[in-house]
Ligand binder design. Structure first.
Ligand code: ZN
Length: 684
C-alpha cells in the first residue's frame, strides 16, 4: 500500500478550506481523512474515524481547546469540515477518571459540549480520540490488519510484526470502556505510534496530518507484507455443479425465500433488493468444501454486524439439473432464520431481556459455483452488504492462508449488533411504503411512465425504466436516483425477455409491473387498413400480455405475490369516433386485467388498471391540443379541463392512481378512472 499524500493537493486543501475560515489543521484533517476513506482496503461505508485537536473560537468568540472528530452519518471518503464537529476537549478528558460511564451519559456529555449545537453526533469512538494526547489520530478497519489479528494468537502476531511500535488492546465493545483501556495501554508506553485493537482495527497517531496518515499506510503495508509470506493454499474445493444456474434463475428464488410475511397485514412482505458479486477470490471462497465453517464464524470487525448480520446463509449447490433446488433454498433460509431467532433468544436472556429482535432474514448469501449476494431493504443497503461481504471474503481468505480466522465470539457480537449506538447509525426512519419492492415501468420515457417511475422510486421502490427510445429513457433515469434505464421494444418477446433478465441481474426480481407503453392510431373502423389495426393490437394488447406473462413467471419463482398494473384508457369503455384502432386493443387489455386477476389471485398476484383521459403526453401533444381546442372553438384550458370537475388531469394524477393500486393489497381486477369525471366513460 502506498501513501497517496500529494503535497500540492494538501496545500490546495488548506487554501480552499481556508477561504471559508477553516483552520489549516482541520483542512489537512479533511484531506487525509478523504485519502483513507477512498481506499476500500482501509475503510468501507461509514467505518473508521479520525480526529484533530486544535484551538478555535466558540460562538461567543472565546478561545476553546477542541477535538474535531468524525460525526456520525459522514463517510470518510467524502467528508467535509462540517463532518468533523468540534467538541470541547476538557470536559471529555474529565470523564477518564470515572470507573464507568453509561452510553447515554457519554452521548449527552459529547452533545452538550459541541461548539455548534446543530452539529451531528460525534463518533462512538470520540473518547478514545480524546484520551490519546497526539494532535492527529487516525482509525481504520484495514483488511490486512484484520487478517493478521483475527487469529487465536492475534496479539502475538501483532507484536511480531510491529514490535514495540504499536500497543495492543484486548477486545472491548467501543465506548467509554474501550477508550479508557486504550488510554491505559498508551500511558504504559507513550512512545507507541499507534494501537492495535484486537479483532477490531488499528489506530495511528502523529504530530501532523501527514505523519498520522503515513504511519497508517506503513503499518497496514507491514501487515500486507506479513500476509504475503508463508501462505498455504486455501480452500479445498468442494463439489461444484457441472452446470450452475444463472444469477437470473437464482435471485428471484433467493429473495422470495428471504421475504418475511407481515403477520399484521395479509399479503404484505418485508422484501429485499439483491446485489450480486463474483470474482476468482469469491468463487474460491464459496466453492470451498468447508465454506459452511469458515464463512460462518463471524464478522471480521464488529460494526459489520449491523449490515451483514453475524453470518451469511450458505445456499445449496445451484445445479441447473436439480429440480428440487428451490425447495432446498427455502429450507436453507428457513433454517438460517430459525438459528437467528434462537441466537437472539439465548443472547437476550443473557443480557436480562429487553431487546427487540431485528428482522431475522440474512443479509448475505453465498452460492457455491456462482458467487455471493448482498441483500438490503434498499439498493444502497444491498450494495453495502455486498461490499462488506466481499471485504470479508478477502480478509478471511488471507487469515486462513496464514493461520485460522478467529473473530469475536457470539456474546461480543450480540452486544455490538444490539448496541443502541450501533443501531442508531442505521437511522430510526420508518421504511418507505414500497421499500424492498422492484418495479418495472414501460413507456418510461413518456409523461405518465416517467411520473410513475419517479413516484415509485420516491416511495422506496427500485425502479427499472423500459422504453424503446434509448436516449430518452437514459435521460429520464438521470433524475431518478438508482433507476435502471433499459431499451426495450415491448412488442418483441426477445427484447422483453432480455430486459427482464437485466432487471433481475441488477435488483433480483420484480414485484410490480406498470405496463404503460402505448400509442394511439386512428381511422374509421370500416375503412381502416388491417395492417394498422394489427400493429395497434401488437402494442396496445399483445405487448401488455408479453410484459405481464414474463412478470408473472418471475413473481411465481419468488412466491410472494405481486402486482400487475395496466394503462388501459377510457377508450376501452367509451369509444371515441374514429378511435377504433386504439380502443379495440385497449378493450381487450381491460379483459386481460380481469383474466390475470382471476387466474393468479390465489397466488397473491393482483391485476389492476387505470383508465386515464386527456393527459398532456406523447399521445396528446401540445400541437394536438391546440388543434382540437381550435376545432371545438374553446380555449386550450377549457379543452383540457372539459370534465365533470372542470380540472385538468396530469401525468402525476395517473401516477398517484397506480401507487394507490400498488399499495391496496386487497384490491384486484379494479379499474380506476382518472379523467376528472366523464359520465359516459364511467364503469358500470
Ligand atoms: Zn472502529
Amino acid at each position: 500500500m502506498k501513501s497517496a499524500w500529494v503535497e500540492r493537493d494538501a496545500k490546495a486543501a488548506v487554501e480552499r478550506y481556508g477561504q471559508a475560515g477553516v483552520p489549516a489543521d482541520l483542512a489537512l484533517r479533511v484531506y487525509t481523512t478523504q485519502l483513507l476513506g477512498r481506499d476500500p482496503k482501509l475503510v468501507l461505508h461509514g467505518g473508521g474515524n479520525t480526529s484533530v485537536k486544535l484551538t478555535m473560537k466558540d460562538l461567543v468568540g472565546e478561545e476553546a481547546d477542541v477535538l474535531c472528530v468524525k460525526g456520525s452519518g459522514w463517510d470518510m471518503g467524502t467528508i467535509e469540515p462540517a463532518g468533523l464537529p468540534a467538541v470541547r476537549l476538557k470536559p471529555l478528558l474529565k470523564l477518564r477518571a470515572r470507573a464507568a460511564v453509561p452510553d447515554d451519559e457519554m452521548v449527552r456529555v459529547q452533545r452538550a459540549n459541541l461548539i455548534d449545537p446543530a452539529a451531528p453526533n460525534p463518533s462512538v469512538e470520540t473518547l478514545l480520540h480524546a484520551f490519546i494526547p497526539h494532535k492527529f489520530v487516525d482509525h481504520t478497519h484495514a483488511s490486512a490488519v484484520l487478517s493478521l489479528i483475527d487469529q487465536p494468537d492475534g496479539e502475538e502476531r501483532a507484536r511480531d510484526v510491529y514490535g514495540a511500535r504499536m500497543g495492543t488492546v484486548p477486545y472491548v465493545l467501543p465506548g467509554f470502556g474501550l477508550a479508557k483501556l486504550s488510554a491505559d495501554v498508551f500511558d504504559k508506553d507513550p512512545k507507541v505510534e499507534g494501537l492495535i485493537l484486537a479483532r477490531h482495527g488499528i489506530f495511528t497517531f502523529g504530530a501532523d496530518a501527514r505523519e498520522a496518515y503515513e504511519r497508517m499506510i506503513e503499518m497496514v503495508t507491514r501487515a500486507e507484507t506479513h500476509l504475503a509470506k508463508n501462505r498455504k493454499a486455501v480452500f479445498v474445493s468442494g463439489a461444484i455443479p457441472q452446470q450452475a444456474l444463472s444469477v437470473t434463475d437464482i435471485a428471484p428464488v433467493l429473495r422470495g425465500a428471504c421475504a418475511i410475511k407481515d403477520e399484521k397485514s395479509e399479503g404484505a412482505f418485508t422484501r429485499f433488493v439483491v446485489e450480486f458479486r463474483s470474482s476468482d477470490t469469491i468463487l474460491n471462497f464459496v466453492n470451498g468444501r468447508d465454506v459452511a465453517d469458515y464463512a460462518r464464524r463471524g464478522v471480521i470487525t464488529p460494526d459489520h454486524t449491523i449490515r451483514t448480520k453475524n453470518r451469511p446463509v450458505v445456499l445449496p449447490q445451484a445445479d441447473a439439473g436439480d429440480s428440487g433446488w428451490r425447495d432446498k433454498v427455502r429450507a436453507a433460509v428457513a433454517s438460517f432464520i430459525d438459528d437467528y431467532k434462537t441466537y437472539f433468544a439465548r443472547q437476550n436472556a443473557r443480557v436480562g431481556g429487553g431487546r427487540t429482535m431485528l428482522d431475522p432474514a440474512p443479509r448475505v448469501a453465498l452460492v457455491p459455483g456462482v458467487g455471493l449476494v448482498g441483500l438490503g431493504r434498499t439498493q444502497k443497503d444491498a450494495r453495502i452488504a455486498a461490499d462488506l461481504a466481499e471485504a470479508a471474503v478477502e480478509t478471511i481468505t488471507d487469515a486462513e492462508a496464514t493461520g485460522r480466522f478467529t473473530p469475536i465470539g457470539e456474546d461480543d457480537m450480540f452486544d455490538c449488533e444490539y448496541w443502541p449506538l450501533e443501531q442508531a447509525k442505521l437511522g430510526a426512519a420508518k421504511p418507505l411504503p414500497l421499500a424492498g419492492q422492484i418495479a418495472v415501468i414501460t413507456g418510461a420515457a413518456g409523461a405518465i411512465g416517467a411520473a410513475t417511475a419517479k413516484l415509485f422510486a420516491a416511495q422506496g421502490a427500485a425502479v427499472a425504466l423500459f422504453d424503446i427510445d434509448a436516449a430518452a429513457v437514459a435521460e429520464k433515469a438521470k433524475s431518478i436516483p438508482g433507476a435502471l434505464p433499459l431499451t426495450c421494444d415491448v412488442t418483441d418477446a426477445q427484447s422483453v425477455a432480455d430486459a427482464y433478465r437485466k432487471v433481475v441481474a441488477a435488483f433480483g426480481g420484480v414485484d410490480i409491473l406498470v405496463s404503460n407503453a402505448g400509442a394511439a392510431w386512428q381511422g374509421r373502423i370500416g375503412e381502416v387498413d388491417d395492417a394498422l389495426l394489427r400493429k395497434s393490437f401488437e402494442l396496445n394488447f399483445f405487448a401488455h400480455q408479453t410484459m405481464a406473462r414474463e412478470a408473472v413467471r418471475i413473481m411465481r419463482l419468488q412466491g410472494t405475490g405481486g402486482c400487475l398494473l395496466f394503462n388501459v384508457s377510457k377508450q376501452a369503455v367509451n369509444p371515441g369516433p374514429a378511435f377504433g384502432p386504439y380502443g379495440l386493443p385497449k378493450a381487450a387489455t381491460l379483459f386481460l386485467v380481469r383474466q390475470y386477476a382471476l387466474d393468479y389471485g390465489a397466488e397473491g398476484i393482483r391485476a389492476n388498471a387505470v383508465n386515464a383521459d386527456r393527459i398532456r403526453s406523447g399521445l396528446l401533444t401540445d400541437d394536438f391540443i391546440k388543434e382540437r381546442s381550435q376545432a371545438r372553438g374553446v380555449s386550450e384550458k377549457d379543452y383540457m379541463s372539459g370534465n365533470l370537475l372542470g380540472r385538468e388531469v396530469t401525468a402525476d394524477d395517473v401516477a398517484q392512481a397506480f401507487l394507490a393500486q400498488a399499495l391496496a393489497l386487497k384490491t384486484t381486477a379494479d379499474v380506476t378512472t382518472v379523467d376528472g369525471g366523464n359520465i359516459a366513460a364511467a364503469l358500470r
